[in-house]
Design a protein around this ligand. Structure first.
Ligand code: MG
Length: 383
């Protein structure tokens, strides 16, 4: 039996992970659950697992069943748990300190929190190496690439191609983008996810973060990482080998598959019904990514090329920008404009002194500074 701990259990990753555990009671037990604010959903999820420890990190808990509280509570939950593997489905940079703790403890990390790798890739890889724990990607694209790269030496791989649905505005003219409202951006064509990642899909910042995540996870140079638009979200990513051939991982868009692959690893996984995608009569389309329409994607490549702290600034400012956009206080094109402005002010893409990217405090300090600057610019109304 593998003991599993789930961080972010009330979000879409958490719910899909619980569904996987419920389908394999002979394989997995649940030893802990964390939620941010939704106490009712946390208790409901914990009902089927009476031995699991519960943590509510972002609100005061009413129930005596919950023993861990606050942001520190997440770290104590991990510290005091005997989990074999932790699924990190927390949203945003807040997921990094728990990821660090998991690897310090020598547990395997099933990573759905892409920000952990974007902010702390070097730090996490160092920790995983030291504690011999595994870093297993759960993001569907990275899970696909991870499977495709297995048993294949990196020297045989010419490029990694991350697919992207293109979001709800793929066909909308750029001249119309300033009229986009939060409710338009919250409608994702293929995936059903939380608000933050849905907006990130609409701006393609999600793919931008995934490019940086791939760079960190697979240690390929940025020149070898490409993005391809594929609206049906069935081809989850591809690799091209040195002979020119393409290999793809294809299944229905259902997060239970990558989650299950990570939980079972290195064992071969058992069937996920949705993975039996019937391709008869189906068309799969592919298009070039439009960097002009989606400057968040272009900026992510710039950040990835800069090799310093730029990805931390990109992510921190984007989190503030999305929050402000959702509150109706920033335009849709304003999200990228804000990111570009802070990156330029910090000279992050050029010659700015670089923080120590293996030091958690240095990373979190830069993250805080970027958010602070973003909020100042919004308050000054300079966009
Ligand atoms: Mg993804």
């Amino acid at each position: 039996m593998k003991k599993v701990l789930i961080l972010g259990c009330t979000g879409s990753i958490g719910k899909s992970t619980l569904a996987v555990l419920h389908s394999h009671p002979e394989k997995f037990t649940l030893c802990g659950l964390q939620a941010h604010k939704n106490e009712e959903a946390l208790l409901k999820a914990g009902n089927s697992f009476p031995d699991a420890s519960l943590c509510l990190s972002g609100a005061r808990a009413e129930s005596g069943r919950i023993h861990y509280h606050g942001e520190d509570g997440i770290l104590r939950l991990i510290e005091e748990s005997d989990a074999d593997i932790v699924v990190n489905g927390i949203v945003g940079a807040a997921g990094l300190p728990p990821s660090v703790k998991v690897l310090e403890k020598g547990m395997d990390l099933a990573l759905a929190n892409k920000e952990s790798m974007v902010l702390g890739g070097a730090l996490l890889k160092g920790l995983a190496h030291k504690s011999k724990s595994r870093l297993l990607p759960v993001d569907s694209e990275h899970s696909a690439v991870f499977q495709l790269l297995e048993h294949r030496p990196p020297s045989h791989v010419r490029e990694i191609i991350l697919t992207a649905s293109g979001g709800p505005f793929r066909e909308r003219p750029l001249s119309d983008f300033s009229r986009i409202r939060p409710k338009d951006a919250l409608k994702h064509p293929t995936w059903n996810m939380g608000a933050k990642i849905t907006i990130d899909s609409a701006t393609m910042a999600n793919k931008g973060l995934e490019v940086i995540e791939a760079l960190q996870l697979f240690d390929f140079p940025i020149e070898k990482i490409k993005v391809l638009i594929h609206p049906q979200s069935c081809v989850h990513s591809l690799i091209r080998t040195t002979d020119g051939a393409l290999y793809a991982q294809i299944s229905a868009p259902d997060m239970r598959l990558p989650i299950q692959d990570a939980l079972f690893y290195p064992e071969v996984t058992s069937p996920v019904p949705s993975a039996f995608l019937n391709l008869e009569g189906k068309s799969l389309d592919f298009y070039k990514a439009d960097f002009e329409k989606f400057p968040m994607l272009a900026l992510a490549f710039d950040c990835a090329r800069s090799k310093g702290g730029a990805p931390i600034i990109y992510n921190g400012v984007n989190e503030v920008a999305v929050e402000t956009f959702l509150a109706g206080n920033l335009s849709f094109p304003g999200i990228a404009a804000l990111c570009r402005q802070v990156l330029e002010e910090e000279r992050a893409l050029k010659s700015a002194p670089q923080p120590d990217l293996t030091d958690l405090d240095a990373i979190l300090n830069l993250d805080r500074r970027a958010r602070l600057r973003a909020r100042e610019i919004i308050q000054e109304g300079r966009l």
